[in-house]
Design a binder for this molecule. Structure first.
Ligand code: PNS
Length: 178
């Protein structure tokens, strides 16, 4: 006779990952990674660091809004901000993984150092690296800010609303096409 007290339920694990960063501003490279992460993880929490030593161009509230507007179509993506250690925020969020993007090999050293340090702080938290599309391998928020401040074209590199906000913030009109 079957033991009715034992009901196999299969694997019930729900994997929550945190995708932390500055997102100053959000780029299409970030969005590409968010979309890839949303396919792999059950829930993806995109987390903007609040206590950055860097002086940001956009406030955390502006960045939260940018990210929420651009990820509204992804039901398993949540946008939040955090202060303090990433491992503490991950624990509070019930996350088992941290997602980070690696564009080119030079990213690897910094990312590896962070991943090792986070592992030392919390050995139960895994770091998962993913690659954005190759067409974004040269893209960064820093370079986007620089191109925008010099009036260069940012076609295809930012969500259109972010590009408008960036040009307004810097008070620079795009260069007329040649
Ligand atoms: O987009 P960025 O600026 O490369 O993101 C860096 C970030 C936010 C992931 C990193 O600075 C971070 O996690 N800061 C939180 C503080 C912390 O936990 N530091 C130890 C990590 S080694």
């Amino acid at each position: 006779m079957a033991n009715h007290r034992f009901v196999p339920r299969g694997i019930l694990k729900r994997v929550i990952a945190i995708y932390p960063g500055s997102f100053d501003p959000l780029t299409n490279g970030h969005l590409d990674l968010i979309q890839r992460g949303a396919k792999i993880f059950d829930e993806l929490v995109v987390a903007i660091l609040r206590n950055s030593e860097k002086t940001a161009l956009f406030s955390v509230e502006e960045r939260l809004e940018m990210l929420r507007t651009s990820t509204g179509h992804l039901p398993n993506v949540r946008i939040e901000s955090f202060e303090g250690l990433l491992v503490d925020f991950a624990r509070k969020s019930g996350a088992q993984a941290v997602l980070r993007g690696i564009r080119v090999i030079s990213d690897y050293e910094y990312e590896l150092q962070m991943a090792w340090m986070n592992r030392k702080l919390d050995p139960s938290l895994e770091t998962v690296f993913m690659m954005p599309a190759g067409s974004y391998s040269y893209l960064s928020s820093r370079i986007v800010r620089e191109i925008a401040s010099l009036g260069g074209s940012l076609a295809g590199l930012l969500p259109p609303s972010v590009e408008t906000q960036l040009r307004e913030r810097l008070g620079v009109a795009p260069l007329a096409p040649k």
